[in-house]
Each structure stands twice: as structure tokens, then as C-alpha cells.
Design a protein. Structure first.
Length: 206
């Protein structure tokens, strides 16, 4: 019995050591993120769709919701894409995004009258479903902007909702993974995303 326990412990230690080396010292993390964001568009007009991400909630304070780091980098890239393009409108999608992301966009030169907000969605699937009727009254092309590793699932969720989008991924894991200290967080984010992709496929949401 003791030998069996030691055998299991050695196997676990070997697996953990191999995983540590694989994640830290090989390009497996940026490769896996790149696979999810390999499609880019040069389209610089039409409607720019920006999906919100994380947020920080503070109780008993106003404003209650503050932009999270993932949402922040999506917003920063959206500002860059807007400034270098000729878009007619920006459709911002996600609960509380009018409170967390929109002020940053406006403060950096995107006209408030050009920004439309879909503020009900709490998931990628709801982003697509709730944006669909808004986009039905707007002219294509539709350019979807979200985090690089989220692009694969998001674009297919929109396609499932009968909205054909082109994609312009916002650098996230592809940048963070250059820092060896951050690779484990990137790895965990990728595991969660691949699990979400599997879930969406099983449910027929993409």
C-alpha cells in the first residue's frame, strides 16, 4: 500500500514538473491563444462591436462598477481601431458597460453620439443574441472586437445568431504570455476558455 502511494506521488510530481516546464519554457501558451485568434480583418468601416469583459464591483459606493483589466485592454484597442478607421458606429455590448467602458471611450475621442450600448448581456451568447436585433437595423460590415483568446467563441456565437462578423482581436494573452511570470495566469485563462468552447459546442450555441 505504501509503495502504491509513493508511486502515485512520484507520478503526480513528474506530471507537475513536466507541466511547469511546458507552460513556462515553451511557446504552448501563445500558440494555443494564437489558434483562437488567427483570423484578422483589415475592414475599417461599418459598425465596430466591442464586447465588455471583467469588471470590479464596489458595494455602497458610486459608481458601483469599475472597469476590469480585460475590459480595459479591449477598450484601449477599440480606441486605437476607431482612430485608425472610418467606422460609423460603435456598438458596446455587456452589462454595466455604459458605466465602465463607455466613459473611457468618450474621454479618448470617440463621439458619444456614435456609441450604442447593449447593456443586458451577461455572457457571450447573450452578447450575440441581444446585439442581433440592433445590428439588423444597421448596415454591414460588422467588425467584432474582443480579447484575442475569446475571438473564436465570440465570432461563432454571433454566426449562430445569424450575424456575420469580421474579427479584430484585442491583444491580451498574446502579449501577457511574453512575461514568464504571467504565463500561468494565461494558462488558466486558456483552460477556462477551451472549457467554455466545449460547453458552447455541446449546447449548440456556436
Amino acid at each position: 500500500m505504501v509503495r502504491r502511494i509513493w508511486s502515485w506521488l512520484r507520478a503526480i510530481a513528474a506530471f507537475a514538473g513536466t507541466l511547469l516546464l511546458l507552460v513556462t519554457l515553451t511557446p504552448v501558451v501563445p500558440w494555443a491563444a494564437g489558434f483562437l485568434s488567427h483570423t484578422w480583418t483589415d475592414t475599417d468601416h461599418g459598425v465596430l462591436i466591442v464586447l465588455s469583459g471583467d469588471e470590479v464591483e464596489y458595494e455602497r459606493t458610486e459608481p458601483r462598477y469599475v472597469i476590469g483589466i480585460g475590459s480595459y485592454w479591449r477598450a484601449v484597442h477599440a480606441i486605437y481601431v476607431w482612430r485608425h478607421g472610418h467606422f460609423d458606429n460603435l456598438l458596446l455590448s455587456g452589462e454595466h458597460s455604459d458605466e465602465t467602458i463607455k466613459p473611457l471611450l468618450v474621454a479618448n475621442g470617440i463621439p458619444e453620439k456614435a456609441i450604442l450600448v447593449e447593456g443586458r448581456s451577461r455572457s457571450t451568447r447573450e452578447n450575440a443574441l441581444f446585439c442581433q436585433p440592433i445590428l439588423a437595423n444597421m448596415s454591414a460590415p460588422y467588425v467584432l472586437l474582443t480579447s484575442d483568446y475569446h475571438t473564436y467563441r465570440a465570432s461563432r456565437a454571433f454566426a449562430k445568431a445569424s450575424v456575420r462578423v469580421e474579427t479584430v482581436p484585442a491583444p491580451d494573452i498574446l502579449k501577457r504570455s511574453h512575461n514568464l511570470v504571467e504565463r500561468w495566469q494565461c494558462f488558466r485563462d486558456l483552460l477556462a476558455e477551451y472549457a467554455a468552447i466545449a460547453d458552447y459546442r455541446m449546447r449548440g450555441w456556436m
